[in-house]
Design a protein around this ligand. Structure first.
Ligand SMILES: *Cc1c(COP(=O)(O)O)cnc(C)c1O
Length: 382
């Protein structure tokens, strides 16, 4: 075995905490500015916000930009509380749900070096999630100096059986914080609420159900956040509500946990135009629900078409498909589609490097994708 020689930090590097020096940042999908590119790589919604939402944002761009926004996004939280039949105290809004996921590590997890492994029956420094799932979770754990426990999903991205999870062999039911992406990303599969409810019963620590894609699914688990004292549901206006640019996400959960997060967030963590946009969005849910239907229909059609081209397509309850392409490697497929101005996501992580993740766009965009796929297939046959 070759011994790795630790590189001496430079004088400037020495100014930075060793933990931070060693961090690998989260890699977001590309945002290339190529004209005519069909962009299917970051699960953005292909449809614009409702016209009235754009109007509300524009109308808010006036002298009030010099003022601080509502510090707790109170009007938005009241609207969300009505929507979800809970109290505003059950809700915290963040600068995207990513901010809230990060706050959760700070609020619920002890950095590993400063704590004993377990106390009061809890693994106080453990952040846990299934693999593959949202690749931000391990980054958040690393930033916080927490342990992370990545437990492989079974077979085709299915949740391990409850009877296996209950044994607590790999999945630690005492982990301080567990993230569960449902429907899963990048797998696409939805998990039955009844299973999540039963899993929640077994957990001692905080369980965050990350429902970034719930609007494209047949069911959701929101009520579990109002039933269990340790369950939080994460939602976002980014994907389903066409507001990635504005950065607005929220948690629904028990008052005590939500209150803890309020204590550690920045005073004005949600920008004013984002609050305006999200409130206006809630006035036009019918517009968005019609878009969900279009996206789900395009998803099912695209899945069938790709299967006919020899792709293995996993069932999806989201606005994307995870597929295993035929013949060439997934990375080669990504390059070949890119040459044809269709950008899809290839993730190099071991659990998913054999697959492509394809965001569902408009029917026109899906036609362009399928035309590019057809061309690549034909190229392979000559
Ligand atoms: C996109 C995404 C998020 C982050 O959403 P923002 O609200 O834009 O920060 C969180 N979780 C999952 C699984 C996602 O795919």
């Amino acid at each position: 075995m070759k011994k790795r020689i630790a590189k001496q930090p430079t004088a400037t590097e020495r100014l930075v905490r060793p933990l931070v020096r060693a961090l690998h940042p989260y890699t977001p999908g590309e945002q290339p500015k190529v004209p005519g590119l069909v962009k299917l790589n970051t699960n953005e919604n292909p449809y614009p916000p409702a016209p009235a939402v754009l109007k509300a944002i524009k109308a808010a761009v006036d002298q009030r930009l010099r003022l601080y926004p509502d510090p707790t996004a109170a009007p938005l939280r009241e609207r969300l509380a009505r929507l979800h039949r809970c109290q505003p105290e059950n809700i915290i809004v963040g600068n995207g749900s990513d901010e809230l996921l990060a706050l959760a590590t700070r609020a619920f997890v002890e950095p590993a070096e400063s704590s004993r492994l377990t106390a009061q029956g809890m693994s106080l420094s453990t952040v846990q999630y299934f693999d593959p799932s949202y690749s931000l979770y391990p980054v958040l754990a690393a930033i916080h100096g927490a342990r992370h426990n990545a437990v492989p999903l079974h077979g085709d991205f299915e949740l391990p059986l409850l009877s296996w999870l209950r044994r607590g062999v790999q999945w630690d039911l005492r982990a301080a914080l567990s993230y569960l992406t449902t429907p899963n990303a990048p797998g696409g599969r939805g998990y039955p609420t009844a299973d999540l409810d039963a899993l929640a019963d077994l957990h001692k620590g905080v369980l965050i159900l990350d429902e970034a894609y719930a609007d494209f699914a047949g069911e959701n688990a929101l009520h579990l956040a109002l039933k269990h004292p340790h369950v939080i549901v994460s939602r976002t206006f980014s994907k389903a509500y066409s507001l990635c640019f504005q950065r607005v996400g929220y948690f629904v959960g028990p008052v005590e946990l939500i209150d803890t997060l309020h204590r550690i967030r920045d005073s004005y963590n949600v920008n004013g135009l984002g609050q305006v946009a999200a409130e206006a969005t809630l006035d036009h849910l019918d517009y968005y629900r019609a878009n969900f239907k279009k996206i789900v229909a395009a998803r099912e059609q695209t899945a069938e078409a790709l299967a006919r081209f020899g792709f293995e397509v996993f069932p999806s309850q989201t606005n994307f498909l995870l597929v295993r392409p035929p013949r060439l490697s997934a990375e080669a497929w990504m390059e070949k589609l890119r040459e044809r101005k269709v950008l899809v996501r290839w993730l190099p992580a071991p659990a998913v490097r054999a697959y492509l993740r394809i965001t569902i766009g408009t029917p026109e965009q899906m036609e362009k994708l399928l035309a590019a796929v057809k061309a690549v297939v034909a190229e392979g046959e000559t």
